[in-house]
Design a protein around this ligand. Sequence first.
Ligand SMILES: [Zn+2]
Length: 166
Amino acid sequence: MKDVSTVIFEFLEGLLGEGGVEVASTIYDNEYTDEEIAKETNIRVNTVRKVLYRLYDNRLASYRRTRDKKTGWYIYYWKMDLNKASEVMRSLEREYLQKLMERLEHERNNMFFSCDNGCEKVIFDVASENDFRCPGCNGKLSYVDNSSLVRSLEEQIKKLETGMEN
Ligand SMILES: [Zn+2]
């Protein structure tokens, strides 16, 4: 089972996409316009903008806006917003905790059966409907002792809850 930092990392990787890490680290502690970021990172300005909007959408970056006196256009200065980043992390942690708790309940409230061929385990109802044959490979199903999985879920939940109190 994945731990929470893996989940967060995958989320960020998926969220930021191409050029994301470079853009995020450029505006990590300094304000830049999209064009300055593009120059700094050698990433096309369209890609830079996509990353910025994704960061902004997820409240991981904010901007300051000023009007260019010559052209009258707005100039946007972007910066990572780490206060909000930690809020986002927290809400990801809460989501992950929720998933773990649902999984724990599912594991506690069911009996599981599986074949010897590595297919996904099934709950009692499914096993009995299939005359204790695996729905995936038709192999013989036998009882699965999930007590160590239950213990590991309980430990992960406890660890997360302790971490979130601090
Ligand atoms: Zn099977």
